[in-house]
Write a protein that binds this ligand. Structure first.
Ligand code: ADP
Ligand code: MG
Length: 409
């Protein structure tokens, strides 16, 4: 694996950098510039090496298939995906101008690339403006690859997608014998997530904490973690599918009936590894002004009309005691509806227990779980909070492999 730090002789070379500038925008204003900030070490390293930087990223969803049936919606997505505000913010953060080309190909782009001086930075328009991007279109990949003498992959959040900008370009450049490397952000993600996949004896007991919404989204992750971990704690809405599969009544809790057979089989096969909630906070309304009560699982089932929206106090203690014993922890998925005050105690309890366990190596991979950690102020208590939700999960599923990373190795 070549890293951006190890790349030499970049003076005057055109380096394409795939970054993850998929920032949350509201009416053209960036609401959180963290993803831009995270890309700065790689960008600065390349500037210092005298390269000519060509930055590429996608921004939001652009569903070209809407062209026929809902062109207005597609037009809105295109408008909202305009990369221009990102170039402005990046310029502010770097303290130097960033040339923005509102095109993804064509003369204006080639001209702007030709004009670059050593250490200059150029940002292309949203890669997803191109219908060929998500299809890894060969012609598009060739056009883009022709702009660069080298490629650096630093978009961890997009590394699980084999798109033209994440896969097609490095594939071509590599075949041409040009240097392709990973940036600092991707290097850090690989190091931390690989540790959760290639488990060392000294990292045991290794426990996984899984939560969030759907079993069906996470079957591969559950299976993979069950193979690697000593214990798997399951909370969130997901737990109710397991509980129901084991014969408990889940009331109106979100249960995936088509996953009951999987859940039961999975639980039995895991022979004691899976730890499920022993109580849950239930409510008869999803409204914030709610009546909530704690329901013990097993002694009384959740009545019809009620749903469990967080793990209960006994479960919080149980999970915390498992977390206290761990040497390594991988966490994905909140324990409850942490977006509402009444149902955040379970997720908060995980954060607190992780913070208390100072000897363990602790990793969170998951969009919403990472948001909860941030919201509750526990980022510094984790060894690593992944910047890629879906990418981190796929890396766990695929034993450390992602298309956008394997292609540069
Ligand atoms: P992540 O992004 O960390 O992988 P998911 O996307 O799988 O997590 O799930 C996050 C969502 O799950 C949150 O919006 C949260 O409100 C919801 N959730 C967690 N527990 C429950 C529950 N008991 N009932 C309904 N929704 C839940
Ligand atoms: Mg999510």
């Amino acid at each position: 694996m070549l890293t951006v730090k190890e790349m030499n002789d970049l003076e005057g070379k055109r380096v394409i950098v795939r970054v993850d500038f998929n920032v949350p925008l509201k009416e053209g204003t960036i609401r959180d510039d963290n993803r831009i900030v995270q890309a700065l070490p790689t960008i600065k390293e390349l500037i210092a090496k005298g390269a000519k930087l060509i930055l590429m990223s996608h921004l939001g969803k652009v569903q070209h298939k809407l062209a026929k049936d809902d062109p207005a919606k597609l037009a809105k997505q295109i408008k909202e995906g305009n990369m221009a505000p990102v170039a402005v913010r990046l310029g502010e953060l770097l303290g130097k101008p960033v040339a923005f080309v509102p095109e993804t190909r064509g003369e204006a782009l080639v001209e702007a690339v030709n004009k670059l001086q050593n250490g200059d930075v150029l940002l292309l328009q949203n890669t997803r403006y191109e219908p060929g991007e998500e299809k890894n279109d060969t012609e598009l990949s060739k056009i883009w690859a022709s702009l660069g003498d080298a490629f650096v992959m630093d978009a961890f959040g997009s590394a699980h997608r084999a798109h033209a900008s994440t896969y097609g370009i490095p594939e071509i450049l590599k075949a041409e014998g040009k240097p392709v490397a990973v940036g600092y952000l991707v290097e850090k993600e690989i190091a931390n997530l690989t540790r959760c996949v290639d488990v060392k004896d000294t990292d045991r007991p290794y426990i996984a904490i899984l939560g969030g919404l759907k079993v069906s989204d996470k079957i591969k992750v559950i299976d993979s973690l069950l193979k690697k971990c000593d214990k798997v704690l399951i909370g969130g809405a997901m737990a109710f599918t397991f509980l129901k599969a084991l014969g408990h009544s889940a009331g109106d809790s979100p249960v995936e009936d088509d996953q009951l057979a999987y859940a039961k089989n999975c639980y039995l096969k895991a022979t004691g590894k899976i730890v499920l909630p022993v109580d849950t906070v239930v409510t008869d309304s999803f409204d914030p002004a709610i009546r909530t009560t704690v329901q013990t699982i097993g002694t009384a089932s959740i009545p019809e009309g009620f749903q469990g929206l967080d793990v209960g106090p006994k479960t919080r203690e149980l999970f915390a005691s498992e977390i206290a014993k761990a040497k390594m922890i991988f966490w994905n998925g909140p324990m409850g509806v942490f977006e509402q005050d009444s149902f955040q105690k379970g997720t908060l309890a995980i954060c607190e227990a992780v913070a208390k366990n100072e000897k363990a190596f602790t990793v969170c991979g998951g969009g919403d779980s990472a948001a909860a950690i941030k919201q509750f102020g526990f980022v510094d208590d984790f060894s690593h909070v992944s910047t890629g939700g879906g990418a981190a999960l796929e890396m766990i599923e695929n034993d450390g492999h992602l298309p956008g990373i394997d292609v540069v190795l």
